[in-house]
Design a protein around this ligand. Structure first.
Ligand SMILES: Cc1cc2nc3c(=O)[nH]c(=O)nc-3n(C[C@H](O)[C@H](O)[C@H](O)COP(=O)(O)OP(=O)(O)OC[C@H]3O[C@@H](n4cnc5c(N)ncnc54)[C@H](O)[C@@H]3O)c2cc1C
Length: 431
């Protein structure tokens, strides 16, 4: 790498970094994309589904060549409590036709492919290199240090994921607190393609997504997920890191219990665990967004806290891709001005304000606080399952009308109607 100076060094070949590098390289800029893993994606994990809109705008019909697993056609949310389950399912066969709404992915394959698109566009990819520090001159970022190597650039894009070392080194972010992140754990369980189609009632390239709320997290804020791939399922849990820290429950035990839940066991029976991984998720929304630009530096993707968890929708990939693109465009504009100061790079924030990234995070600003309400995970799944099992029970006893059945179950649960009304109103107005 010698004395060469790049227009931009992008740190992290996840979706944010590879997109930024690709967009910059396509416009003829010298870009170095640095990844600490042996290959892009080798250290990365997520639940399993990417909403397609952001990448489709940059690489139209990307699914024709990208290693996608299935097109999601069925969404299910299941509430679990005491061996009972209540599910809500939405199926849309249109989602299995291009332009796809969302697809399931395995990150090792997908991230490598996206980084290869950056290389194809002309970016230089360097793997197995961990960036340790930023180089600064008069308070301005002018490059990076990796071991003994010092490499210069007009701008550095920190796309190094949650708890970004570089955003902290630049003084833009602080170390997160446990209340701002969740712990995610996941197993990829291999099953024959035919078995997956049969068990989930799927045809062709259609995929299913199932989210779980309630006893799978021991009543702690969070939930379970299952995504169908071609010949495996991605199964896992996301649990509030602070709640997990306070509880005496061990995360691996929670995962084992989840796998043995009667709603899960028949779906994964006979499967072989091919992969186990764990990762943090930034979940405090705008509440944990650092300053996203400074002199010579921009912060994108998870490093900037761009994740949205509404319980029924979990998004980080589309935010990472769109913010990576915006960071690249801000560098391109800065280069045209010959000015890489924070002031010049502040166009990044303006671009994000015009895109869904900051608009969605702003619209759902109050969601992270709402999602901390432990009643959503500890009490409401029990109430819902007891109402529905009661509604469907026939035992020859005196008839009771629906509203009385519901009120009786609410009374038994110990929850007040006022509390229900407040939580219901907050849910309806925040989500
Ligand atoms: C359990 C779980 C489930 C999720 N489910 C979903 C989902 O279903 N759908 C969805 O859209 N999002 C989901 N997300 C969120 C999504 O994974 C992230 O938002 C997304 O990966 C962010 O991309 P990124 O490029 O910003 O960061 P990352 O994907 O984390 O990439 C950062 C890259 O930087 C590299 N790196 C870090 N530090 C350095 C360094 N010092 N030097 C060099 N390289 C470095 C890393 O190795 C990595 O490759 C989930 C996350 C988790 C943890």
């Amino acid at each position: 790498m010698g004395e060469e100076k790049f227009t931009a060094i992008v740190v992290g070949a996840g979706p944010a970094g590879s997109t930024a590098a690709m967009v910059l390289a396509k416009e003829g800029n010298d870009v170095l994309l640095i990844e600490k893993g042996a290959s892009p994606g080798s250290k990365n994990m997520f639940g399993g589904r990417m909403y397609c809109h952001a990448l489709n705008r940059i690489l139209p019909n990307f699914w024709e060549e990208a290693p996608v697993e299935r097109a999601v056609a069925r969404e299910t949310v299941t509430f679990l409590h005491g061996g009972k389950a209540v599910s809500l399912t939405c199926r849309n066969s249109d989602w299995t036709k291009p332009p796809y709404h969302s697809v399931t992915l395995l990150r090792a394959e997908f991230d490598s492919w996206l980084a290869s698109k950056a290389e194809e566009a002309g970016a230089e990819l360097a793997c197995n290199i961990r960036v340790d520090d930023l180089l600064t001159e008069d308070g301005r970022v002018v490059g990076i240090r990796a071991g003994e190597d010092e490499i210069l650039a007009d701008a550095v894009i920190a796309a190094d994921g949650v708890n970004s070392l570089l955003a902290q080194k630049a003084g833009l972010a602080k170390m997160f607190s446990p209340g701002q992140v969740s712990t995610g754990m996941k197993q990829v369980i291999e099953l024959p393609e035919e078995t997956i189609r049969d068990r989930f009632g799927l045809e062709g390239n259609a995929g299913a997504v199932q989210l779980f709320v309630g006893e799978c997290t021991g009543g702690m804020p969070g939930g379970g997920f299952l995504y169908t791939n071609k010949s495996s399922v991605s199964l896992g849990l996301v649990v509030s890191a602070s709640a997990l820290q306070r509880s005496s429950v061990r995360a691996p035990d929670l995962m084992e219990d989840f796998k043995n839940n009667p709603e899960i066991l028949p779906l994964i029976e006979g499967g072989k665990v091919a992969e186990y991984s764990a990762h943090l998720i930034p979940e405090a929304g705008l509440g944990m967004m650092p300053r996203i630009y400074g002199d010579g530096i921009l912060v994108a993707g998870d490093a900037a806290g761009f994740v949205l968890n509404l319980g029924y929708v979990i998004r980080g990939m589309d935010f990472a891709i769109a913010s990576g693109e915006a960071a690249a465009r801000a560098v391109i504009c800065a280069k045209e001005r010959g000015d890489f100061s924070g002031n010049s790079l502040s166009g990044y924030q303006e671009l994000l304000k015009k895109s869904f990234v900051l608009q969605d995070l702003e619209a759902y600003r109050k969601v992270p606080e709402f999602m901390e309400n432990e009643r959503l995970y500890a009490e409401y799944p029990g109430l819902l399952t007891s109402i529905f099992t009661n509604v469907f029970s026939v035992d020859g006893s005196q008839p009771i009308r629906l509203h009385s059945k519901i009120l009786n179950r609410v009374k038994e649960s110990g929850l007040s109607l006022a509390q229900l009304a407040v939580d219901g109103w907050k849910g309806a107005t925040r989500l």
